[in-house]
Design a protein around this ligand. Structure first.
Ligand code: XCC
Ligand code: SF4
Length: 644
């Protein structure tokens, strides 16, 4: 197949072509080998949760052996997907909480509490006393309370209290205020056991609850604790795409999700002794770059370059320039082992819960994190001499990352009166029509990066501010969307004015997938600031993931829906079409309950249209669309822009 049909990214196209020439396989080839894929699975109507099955729903056999119908099976599969996604994010959050606690005890000497301002804020939310106490005492309590959120026997998630009051009331009324994260996941698995919950609406209601335990629980804790531990991100420049790899340096790729390891590898790569060792080995330095969400974490906080997103992981190795790829958890393809065999690249797993046969495992633990990281870097340097032929695509683009809630607040309002007011005002006056989160993965079923970037282009053109996370951020970064110098030309006049005044791009890189909670917090702040309604569901906002891969994306989608947002997925990536009732509820009925809903649209231009319509209808309802005629801005208008 023509590489252009596989990716819109030139660097990827080159590497896809080279791998094909060398007879090596990647995800696209394996997708071809798997095709045609199972139609029952695509519609969500196969069930293999008990051994009377597996069962598939057809016209001739509309019930499983136990009598379950399509509605039950589709809803159960959906809930299970959400629960797995929640587990992944939240287990990541738990790991961070554990490291956090060990840090406060002095047992993880290589980590420090970096952001005390954020620590105090977090302490306030968690009800931890601040006055007359040391940073360590406060942090220790914060860590313990955060860790307890995962398994506490009673009560609901503390973080959920950060949602607007009316939102919390809706959750309480529907009895879906999230309790302990582990409990919601366990209940999801219990309900979907054979012969338990067989009311699709009841099953889907729990999908909201378990998802909320992620968005306003596990993921949010992951982000908050990471910010305190590693520093809250502020905008800084970085570079994106395979051109960041260096021919004359030792290249180390960090891949996965938890910054616990990658933070330390970043530190180790600056170590004088190791740099000298690299010199001796004939290399001009040690170059650390990331793929997937780990990359976003490192770009956000340190400006460390990003080599690519999900579908780049195998391609990166095929450059022949990678001495080591160190992986932790999530989105690590087993296919890497095959590609790595063709090159000198040393693949290393570092999380005990995520290993691969035939791959060296270095158990990473927080008690001697820097030492383990140094060992890894050393072994990467030793591998430099084993390099064969190297081909690095030239493509790379400058990108700005680091848009945490705090930094957006600061950029908008200035140091002394950090505030969302300017953003609210510009949404109300219509210069910015609304805000859309473009998130998630890259799926080989559509040309890599195509849907994210097309949708982004269509939205900013029409004055919609885009916040992006996950692999979508990397897709946007590769094409220059997060670089103000390039992207401002693509923005509509209103959005452009505001972005120019504030000094930001029309597309803000907000981090990894757990960082979608930054979007929730930002939306809560839009409500709190005033003038845009009382609840998240009043806001002119939406979320989109048109090329999703993972169950985490479904969990994220569901917590945005349950928080009151419209969420659009690519049609083929939401396997619910086998039940009309489930579709009707998730696409429509749920809006009456929760104010948000799902939609599917695979064409990014049409998806943009759908989202704009939604945003405009929210604006109509808010009564801020009265004088809608567009005008050209003169100097007086420019001055009237309420930004510093
Ligand atoms: Fe994985 Fe987070 Fe999706 Fe990328 S965006 S493919 S989940 S790495 Ni999270
Ligand atoms: Fe079949 Fe019912 Fe068992 Fe599912 S639970 S495999 S539908 S018998």
């Amino acid at each position: 197949m023509d590489p252009k049909e596989r990716s819109i990214d030139k660097a990827s196209q080159e590497m896809i072509a080279r791998m094909a020439e060398a007879g090596q396989q990647n995800a696209w080839d394996r997708l071809d080998a798997q095709s045609p894929q199972c139609g029952f699975g695509r519609q969500g109507i196969c069930c293999r949760i008990c051994t009377m099955g597996p069962c598939r729903i057809t016209k001739k056999a509309p019930f499983g052996v136990c009598g379950a119908d399509a509605d039950t099976i589709v809803a159960r599969n959906f809930l299970r997907a959400v629960a797995v996604g929640v587990s992944a994010h939240s287990d990541h959050g738990r790991t961070v909480a554990e490291v956090f606690i060990e840090t406060t005890k002095g047992n993880a000497k290589d980590y420090q509490i970096k952001d005390t301002t954020k620590l105090y804020k977090l302490a306030e939310h968690l009800g931890v006393k601040i006055k007359d106490r040391s940073v360590n005492e406060i942090a220790s309590d914060v860590g313990e309370i955060a860790l307890a959120e995962f398994g506490k026997p009673k009560g609901s998630q503390f973080m959920a209290k950060r949602a607007p009051g009316p939102r919390q009331d809706i959750w309480a009324k529907l009895n879906i205020t999230p309790r302990a994260i582990d409990r919601e996941v366990v209940e999801a698995l219990h309900r979907t056991h054979m012969g338990v919950d067989q009311n699709y609406k009841n099953i889907l209601m729990h999908a909201s609850r378990v998802a909320l335990a992620d968005g306003w629980g596990g993921s949010m804790l992951a982000t908050e604790l990471q910010d305190v531990l590693f520093g809250t991100p502020y905008p800084g420049r970085g570079e994106v795409n395979m051109g960041v790899l260096k021919k004359d340096e030792v290249n180390i790729i960090v891949h996965g999700h938890e910054p616990i390891l990658s933070e330390m590898i970043a530190v180790a790569s600056q170590d004088e002794e190791l740099l000298a060792k690299a010199k001796k080995a004939g290399a001009n330095g040690i170059n650390v770059a990331g793929t997937c969400c780990t990359a976003n974490e490192l770009l956000m906080r340190h400006g460390i370059p990003i080599a690519g997103n999900f579908l780049n992981q195998e391609l990166v190795i095929a450059t022949g320039a990678i001495e080591m790829m160190a992986v932790d958890v999530q989105c690590v393809m087993q296919g890497l082992t095959q590609v790595a065999k063709c090159y000198h690249t040393k693949l290393v797993t570092t999380a005990d819960k995520a290993q691969m046969p035939g791959v060296e495992h270095v158990s990473m633990d927080e008690h001697n994190a820097l030492d383990s990281a140094k060992e890894l870097v050393k072994s990467a340097i030793d591998n430099f001499k084993n390099r064969g032929e190297v081909y690095i695509p030239k493509e790379k683009n400058a990108a700005v990352g680091g848009f945490s809630f705090e930094s957006i607040n600061y950029m908008l309002g200035g140091r002394f009166r950090a505030s969302f007011r300017p953003l609210n005002d510009n949404i109300i006056n219509g210069r910015i029509r609304g805000i859309v989160g473009i998130v998630g993965c890259t799926n080989p079923k559509v040309p890599q990066d195509m849907t994210h970037t097309t949708l982004t282009r269509e939205l900013i053109k029409r004055d919609v501010l885009v916040l992006t996370t996950g692999c979508a951020t990397i897709a946007c970064g590769k094409q220059g969307f997060t670089n103000p110098k390039i992207a401002l030309d693509w923005a509509g006049p209103g959005l452009r004015e505001v972005c120019e005044t504030v000094g930001i791009a029309p597309v803000l890189a907000c981090g990894s997938c757990v960082d979608n909670t930054r979007l929730l917090i930002s939306c809560a702040e839009l409500v709190r600031e005033g003038g845009l309604g009382d609840d998240l569901s009043d806001l002119p906002i939406a979320g989109a993931c048109l090329e999703s891969v993972s169950e985490k994306a479904v969990a994220i989608g569901q917590y945005f829906v349950a928080s009151g947002a419209l969420v659009v997925f690519g049609k083929e990536f939401l396997p619910i079409s086998g039940s009309k009732n489930v579709c009707d509820y998730l696409f429509e009925g749920i809006e009456k309950d929760l104010g948000g809903r799902w939609a599917v649209e695979s064409d990014p231009v049409k998806a943009a249209e759908m989202i704009i319509q939604h945003i405009e209808s929210k604006r109509d309802a808010l009564g801020i669309n009265k004088e809608k005629e567009r005008k050209l801005y003169d100097m007086a208008d420019r001055r009237a822009l309420t930004v510093e």
